[in-house]
Design a protein around this ligand. Structure first.
Ligand code: SAH
Length: 184
């Protein structure tokens, strides 16, 4: 829960700031909004509901300290990465897929090693949650919904970036992987 609050605090100023900047190109659409709603449900609403109600208790399993330590470590890494990506994307960030007025193509900082480090932070947060919540449904549901969001939008996002930045983005695709540096 502390992780969720920290997440919202990190994002809030960027949401306010970018709301004022005009969008020049968009590839969000209804599909992306549906995926976002599913991600919020899987990552926040269902786990919160479980924490408050204890449902579905049949899927509970025993507490293992090592799992909890790993979970806290994953959430801390997620928050650091989430903050870094917001700082580096700055006014170019959007909750959906958009190119804004004066959009700058960012390839420095963590973007040097991955094309989608913010999605890496989503996966880290979801993995932390899966480790911390000892329930076979409420634990991993965030991982499933984040995987759906990222798989559902990543190719369209890259097409949008190629439309906007052309060969510069194509060259970037050759030097940086998507989610895990040097791997995927
Ligand atoms: N996929 C990125 C960014 C997520 S925010 C990440 O995981 O870090 C989504 C917005 O970021 C999209 O509107 C897209 O246009 C923009 N974006 C993605 N990569 C970018 C980059 N390298 N530089 C600038 N904007 C980028």
């Amino acid at each position: 829960m502390i992780g969720m609050v920290a997440w919202a605090i990190i994002r809030y100023p960027f949401q306010r700031r970018t709301a004022k900047i005009a969008v020049t190109r968009s590839m969000g659409g209804v599909g992306d909004k549906v995926l976002l709603i599913l991600a919020v449900a899987g990552q926040f609403l269902i786990p919160m509901f479980y924490v408050i109600s204890g449902f579905p208790a049949v899927a509970d399993y025993a507490f293992r300290p090592v799992q909890a330590y790993l979970g806290v470590a994953a959430i801390l890494m997620a928050l650091v990465m989430f903050r870094l990506t917001h700082k580096q994307l700055g006014n170019n960030w959007s909750i959906t897929l958009e190119i804004r007025q004066g959009h700058r193509f960012v390839t420095d900082g963590v973007y040097r090693y991955m094309r989608h480090p913010m999605y890496t932070s989503f996966f880290l947060l979801a993995a932390g949650q899966a480790l911390l919540i000892q329930n076979w449904v409420a634990g991993p549901v965030g991982l499933v919904s984040i995987a759906a969001l990222v798989l559902g939008r990543i190719s369209r996002e890259e097409k949008l970036m190629i439309d906007a930045f052309g060969d510069e983005y194509r060259a970037y695709m050759r030097r940086a992987k998507r989610i895990v540096p040097w791997l995927i």
